[in-house]
Structure formats: structure tokens, C-alpha cells
Design a protein around this ligand. Structure first.
Ligand code: HEC
Length: 92
């Protein structure tokens, strides 16, 4: 009986899909998401980015603006974040 309950629990867990490591539901899965969460949550919720859509240049500029605000990251990390955001929240 206990084994059965365990099996059902495991199956339910699988059905729920891979669990995200955090609660930022506004941020879709994608390459660079982890970097964005790590660097863009230093000052405010990283979900703030979900309030707008921008083209690739727009996200680049915004990420640069945050770097000027004092965001801590390397050029490569900011580049990764800008690409992730341009894919996740493209201009409409
Ligand atoms: C050092 C602190 C800091 C970090 C780290 C930071 N931000 Fe910000 N962010 C701010 C401040 C301060 C504001 C509000 C003032 C402003 O707009 O510059 C803001 C506002 C914003 C806004 C809303 C403002 C607008 O113009 O729509 C967005 C979107 C945003 N940040 C995205 C990001 C992203 C993406 C990252 C990661 C690359 C990031 N932030 C990292 C300080 C930070």
C-alpha cells in the first residue's frame, strides 16, 4: 500500500512537469534564464522584465542601462541576458 502511494506520487510529480528551481513564473524557460534571474534580481524582482516587450536592440539598451545602474555581471553575461530577453519578450 505504501509502495502504491509512493508510485502514484511519483507519477503525479512527473505529470506536473519539470519543476522550476524558482517561483518566477513570468519568465519562460530558455537559455540564459538562469543568468537573468541571478543578475537581474540583485535590486528588484527579475519579473519586472515581463512588463514590456522590446526588440533586440531595445533589450540590449535596457540591460546596458541596468549595468550603469550598478548591475554586477560580465559583458558575456549581459549579452546572454539581452538575448534571452529578446527571445522571451520580443517586440510585438
Ligand atoms: C544595481 C541594481 C539593479 C540591477 C542589478 C538591475 N536593475 Fe533593473 N532597475 C534598477 C533601478 C534602480 C530601476 C528603476 C530606475 C530605472 O528605470 O533605471 C530598474 C528598473 C528596471 C526596469 C523597469 C524600468 C523601465 O525602464 O521599464 C526593468 C525592465 C529592469 N530594471 C530590468 C533589469 C534587468 C533585465 C536586469 C538584469 C540585467 C536588471 N534590471 C538589473 C536597478 C537594477
Amino acid at each position: 500500500m505504501i509502495v502504491r502511494i509512493f508510485t502514484v506520487a511519483v507519477l503525479l510529480g512527473l505529470a506536473a512537469g519539470p519543476a522550476l528551481a524558482d517561483d518566477f513564473k513570468a519568465l519562460p524557460e530558455g537559455p540564459g534564464r538562469d543568468v537573468a534571474v541571478r543578475i537581474c534580481s540583485q535590486c528588484h524582482s527579475p519579473e519586472i522584465v515581463a512588463h514590456q516587450t522590446l526588440d533586440a536592440q531595445g533589450w540590449k539598451d535596457l540591460v546596458n542601462q541596468m549595468a550603469n545602474n550598478g548591475a554586477n555581471g560580465t559583458d558575456a553575461e549581459f549579452d546572454t541576458i539581452a538575448k534571452y530577453l529578446a527571445t522571451a519578450f520580443p517586440a510585438k
